[in-house]
Ligand binder design. Sequence first.
Ligand code: AMP
Ligand code: ZN
Length: 665
Amino acid sequence: MNSIQEHILKLRDELNEHNYNYYVLDNPTISDLEFDLKLKELQELENQHPEFFDIHSPTQRVGGEITKNFETIPHEYRMYSLDNSYSKEDLFDWESRLKKMIDGDIQYVCELKYDGASISLTYENGLLVKAVTRGDGFQGDNITANVKTIKSVPLRLKGDYPPKFDIRGEIILPIDGFNKMNEERIEIGEEPYRNPRNTASGSLKLQDSAEVAKRPLECLLYNLTGTNLGVHSQFEGLTKARAWGFKVPMASKLVSSMDEVLEFISYWDVHRHNLPYETDGVVIKVDNLDQQEELGYTAKSPRWAIAYKFKAERVSTRLNSISYQVGRTGAITPVANLEPVELAGTIVKRASLHNADQIEKLDIRVGDEVFVEKGGEIIPKIIAVDLNLRPSHSQPTQYISNCPECGTLLVRQEGEAQHYCPNYNGCKPQIIGRIQHYISRKAMDIEGLGGETVALLVNNGLISDYSDLYELTKEQIIPLERMAEKSADNLIYGIKQSKNIPFERVVYALGIRYVGETVAKKLAKHYKNIVAIAHASVTDLVNVDEIGIKIAESVVEFFNSEKNKFIIERLKQFGVQLEMSAEQLMGQTNILQGQSIVISGVFERFSRDELKKLIEDNGGKVSSSISSKTSFIVAGENMGPSKKKKAEDLNILLINESEFLQKIK
Ligand code: AMP
Ligand code: ZN
């Protein structure tokens, strides 16, 4: 082994260990920066030495593989569902059924029931070979490319593992991560995701694994499956899986009686609210695997396990009033103001009513006694009205017709649930919200300026759109509340610095509805300057990768506005970056415009990511699967035989690295 290879292997081992410490043990031993530096070093070495490529390398976790259609593959061992129970009686019934079928004492393992998407992982010789969804239990979707990006899923095991086994678990989205994702959605004017579970399973079906990599998913494991595993009980299985590097929650407990099971349940019924993720119950399993085998399965589920579902927490309280909030994009959200009530350990005063349809569906009226539930969702939800307690004089709720902030007549587009205030330029919360978005960290990142100061500046008539920021003077700012000379200096300096923010972030900062970070990047890259974007028609825009009709129409509408044109003209005068810099433009052409290109195999000079970038920089589109639409394939070493055959069948040109370089020269 040469020293470079040795170094690569050493870095991989180290990074695997740090990943494990961070994501499985929640106990990092180096800083994020040190980790990133090591990862970068490894990435560079791997790029220079593609001969040492390894799909199980920690560098492969960033994703990038695109799956258009997930392949269906059979489970070697069926994935069953679980019987449910809802009461003590149900559990004692289960126990007596067990006792009829087996002699001797029974021990139970109590585990939390993780609320996400089930997954089956297959390992061979310590390497992750596939990850498959439950599907119908007999076969599921192959989502390996996406699951590989989840950092708590070991790509390579440690210790003394069996040569081949399946392990089952649940992919979940922790509550913090879910909330963070929603903050970002709200920021770009998108509807927030409803709950972590659906968001987790939706994430797994994204086509672009690089997008999956960005989501804070976790994988919690609960069952080993296979033959000759050298494991004799469920609890031993959990312990061993943990030692091989899997994330197996520590809450699991081995007990010897139903009373202890009930104790476990009542403990977690209360304490589950402090967990970083959601759980909707407890799963109780017979511990001994021989006993499990004796008990066997019904048509749908194992006889040796049962789920106990916690009661969704529900209280009733009075609806005092309904208020209406106006968001940055003008979207109106009705909010229920409730008589404060305790629910699942927190005081609830407000609940979202979502939109007019929801109000109508619930027929909710001020003065009603309503049921509020904290179930799968984080934000408490009003699920029904107690009609028995409705006051006799009550009147149906009239949804507002005018903006509560500026009085403008609201509009509601066909097919949309939300009402909007169309007073884009005159409605305070929209004006303030847009400027707050402009200065936010992922946009212009203006240091020294916070959301509250923006509101203060607007309310004092000092600014009315984001271009006004660049004309602010120190003298104007100092008289404001809580503004000292120093903070005023910082503010002015921060604003000035934002003139260096690259074009793609400026596009995001403009706050065009539906244009989030990714779309902004696409637009900037494709059109290269603001004038070109502003002149693009809907038809032009939808031809850009990943831009759909909804986004395209929104972009056109934005640039049709005289006011927006004026604001952008001012941004230009102040020196904000409204085009790609010469540096960014280097090496960009349209040579591959309209071509769909597949990359396959391992390359000498470039990594696959670098090739992908080259293709995109030259206007082409990278596709993961070969079809009749494929323009050509850049083929390296070890191209898969099935791909090769498909290319031959469809008569698609294969070119090598140097031929490709020739093409884009
Ligand atoms: P259900 O979907 O209600 O039939 O519940 C069965 C599902 O619960 C299984 O398919 C698993 O995905 C999930 N589950 C979550 N936590 C556990 C656990 N600790 N043990 C077994 N299954 C679990
Ligand atoms: Zn308004």
